[in-house]
Design a protein around this ligand. Structure first.
Ligand code: IVH
Length: 657
């Protein structure tokens, strides 16, 4: 009798959940739902032996685990490649079209949560796991069971794995923070909730889940992504109602534009649009790169402010010895990369903004610029945030710092400070200096610590250690050869790169260029007096003094001599032309329609800066400027690996002159 009633209640509640979450069409009131749940809970309490494992009462939580078990995914959980603007979207479409002539896509909202794999055996949820590193995740079944939009039992008694995104609605997030929690954004709140040992906590957080991926569609005779979504919905999963099949690039861009505008009206956060090739056989033809499927991509919305929390304020030493505070942040995704650091510039900046450890702050990132703290949400403080205090010793070597009042900056003046030396080596290889590609900060740090790199000339000695370097973890013959090739190439750089690379105080990229242009080679510059340098237009006393000091120092002279022995070029190689611009003597092709210019206007701008315009794309083309609905010319540009600018890049380049 009681058993029958329990079965009946479970059926009613499961159906109500399905109607509410999957179909978005509630059939009973919240009060009725609560009454059924209470009756079921009472019956289970009175008859513990009759409690079913898949009873919806597990949703209230209660299971506490000791630790998270590791889970290995049968099919790795890949992440998606990213595109950031229209021409990159077109590029994705072109790449697909090379393999699949007339692709159809499904566009989906990119839900800002954390991905989850759900495993059902015989129609019952048996395991939920986080993505982890894609191969191994964590078992979060106890918490997933508390999420009402994740069915405990599905409509068919089958074995199946589905994947989707656990997220927290904007409303639940606000409520949670109003209750005294202090999460930076809904994604962090969702991730934090799922990583709780006690499922009562997750249950109280009101999480949700959209399902968007079926890893083994053939097992169910499914051949399009659209059908996979339909099938998963029929089984009782919640799929996003705004998913849409699109038949061509234009419809895809319309979808993206629509949701870029309407995203604030959604009850949950999205951070982009996911585009997936619809036909699963086409997907198979396209395959994967090492990390991402080639049949899908994620368009990421442009920079915006994102909220996160300051975990700590740390101090770093730059190549000049300047000690700079930076914020160590709770990681957040901005513009396709995960940010966990933001520069705080100097003491005055932190004090004037009153940034403190524990603060919720808004950060912004544009392009490859270092992210910045834009504003502090002081109303989110709980009174425990300590006021900022600048350090007075070097965090690396312990030397007492000296404050330079004019710059509001603190310096470590110890010439032997390791941090300074490493930063200088990193700078030497950087793009605008010697442009030695392949050296990340970590490699330089490692080579420095192993004794292979002490000063700039050591880069050119590395070839003598090739055998040893190849034995280092993470390196092989090929990667070392590439690195050594890049080092060799750098010997041919024009002088200004070297002058910028060797970190003479006050000599930035522009000054290095002026010095190189005026003195033509390093010997002339080394011989030059303070007056000679000071006389040059755009060069002042501070720079003139710094340069003469630099070349009066014996150690620096030795260094230059060593570099000379390695045949590093020390002359200015650029043609001297005051009016030269990026556009000078380059060939441009305009295609698609531009929003801000007519074709003729764009052409006139290019020609005014010394460029030429051509009607067709060939190997001789330097840049293709692609407006909306660019077609075959854009494709050809991609085929020939020619630089493509979208309209905003074009405007940006024009604005430089
Ligand atoms: S598809 C192989 N669809 O975005 C296909 N992902 O890097 C795997 N995401 O890790 C993902 N909404 O956490 C897909 N509609 C959606 C999504 C989505 C959000 C997340 C997911 C994934 C990341 C992409």
């Amino acid at each position: 009798m009681i058993e029958k009633r329990i079965d009946e209640l479970i059926k009613i509640i499961n159906q109500a959940n399905y109607d509410y979450y999957t179909l978005d069409k509630p059939t009973i009131t919240d009060q009725e739902y609560d009454r059924y749940m209470q009756e079921l809970m009472r019956l289970e309490e009175e008859n513990p032996s009759l409690k079913r494992e898949d009873s919806p009462t597990v949703r209230v939580g209660g299971q506490i685990i000791d630790a998270f078990k590791k889970v290995t995914h049968d099919v790795p959980m890949l992440s998606l490649g990213n595109v950031f603007n229209e021409s990159e979207i077109i590029g994705f479409d072109e790449r697909v079209k090379k393999v699949v002539p007339n692709p159809k896509y499904v566009c989906e909202l990119k839900i800002d949560g954390l991905s989850v794999s759900l495993l059902y055996k015989d129609g019952k949820l048996v395991r939920a796991a986080t993505r982890g590193d894609g191969v191994t995740g964590e078992d979060i079944t106890h918490n997933a069971k508390t999420i009402k939009s994740i069915p405990l039992t599905i409509k068919q008694k089958i074995d199946i794995e589905v994947r989707g995104e656990i997220y927290m609605s904007k409303k639940s997030f606000e409520k949670l923070n109003a209750s005294g929690e202090n999460f930076a954004n809904p994604r962090n709140a969702a991730a934090g909730s799922v990583r709780q040992l006690d499922s009562k906590v997750a249950a109280s957080r009101n999480l949700d889940c959209f399902i968007y991926h079926l890893p083994d569609p053939e097992d169910y005779n499914i051949y399009t992504h659209e059908d996979a979504l339909r099938f998963m919905k029929e089984l009782g999963f919640v799929t996003n109602p705004n998913n849409k099949k699109v038949n061509n690039l234009k419809e895809m861009l319309d979808y993206i534009n629509y949701w870029t505008k309407n995203r604030p009206n959604l009850p949950y956060e999205i951070d982009g649009i996911v585009i997936k090739v619809n036909d699963l056989r086409d997907q198979q033809k396209l395959g994967f790169t090492a990390r991402n499927p080639k049949w899908a991509t994620a368009y990421k919305f442009p920079a915006e402010e994102v909220l996160t929390k300051v975990k700590d304020i740390i101090f770093t030493v730059g190549r000049t010895g300047q000690v700079t505070p930076s914020a160590d942040l709770e990681p957040v995704r901005v513009m396709g990369s995960v940010i966990s650091r933001a520069t705080l510039h100097n003491e005055d900046y932190v004090v004037s903004k009153d940034i403190r450890v524990g603060d919720v702050v808004s950060i912004k990132k544009a392009g490859d610029v270092i992210p910045e703290v834009v504003r502090v949400l002081k109303e989110r403080r709980d009174g425990t945030e300590p006021e900022f205090k600048m350090t007075d010793i070097c965090p690396i070597c312990g030397e007492a710092l000296t404050r330079n009042e004019k710059e509001a900056a603190y310096y470590c003046l110890n010439p032997y400070c390791d941090a300074k030396k490493q930063e200088k080596l990193i700078h030497f290889t950087s793009r605008k200096a010697m442009n030695i590609i392949g050296f990340g900060d970590r490699i330089i740090e490692d080579f420095y610590n192993l004794g292979y790199l002490k000063d700039y000339d050591d880069f050119y000695n590395l070839k003598d250690h090739k055998q040893k370097l190849m034995e280092l973890e993470g390196f092989g013959e090929k990667s070392i050869d590439n690195l050594l090739d890049e080092i060799e190439k750098s010997k041919n750089n024009s002088l200004e790169r070297l002058l910028f690379g060797i970190s003479i105080r006050h000599v930035g990229e522009k000054t290095a260029d002026i010095l190189a242009r005026n003195f033509k080679n390093i010997d002339n510059l080394m011989k030059a007096s303070f007056e000679d340098i000071n006389d040059i237009k755009d060069i002042g006393e501070i720079i003139a003094k710094s340069v003469t000091n630099y070349f009066n120092d014996e150690e620096n002279i030795n260094l230059i001599n060593k570099l000379k022995k390695h045949n590093v070029n020390m002359s200015y190689l650029k043609e001297v032309n005051e009016n030269e611009t990026f556009f000078t003597n380059k060939t441009f092709v305009l295609t698609g329609s531009l929003e801000n210019f007519t074709r003729d206007e764009a052409k006139a701008k290019i020609e005014a800066l010394g460029g030429n315009c051509s009607g067709s794309v060939s190997k001789k083309t330097d840049v293709v400027i692609a407006g909306a609905e660019a077609g075959s010319k854009l494709k050809k540009a991609h085929d020939l690996n020619i630089t493509v600018w979208d309209e905003s890049t074009f405007i940006n380049e024009l604005s430089k002159y």
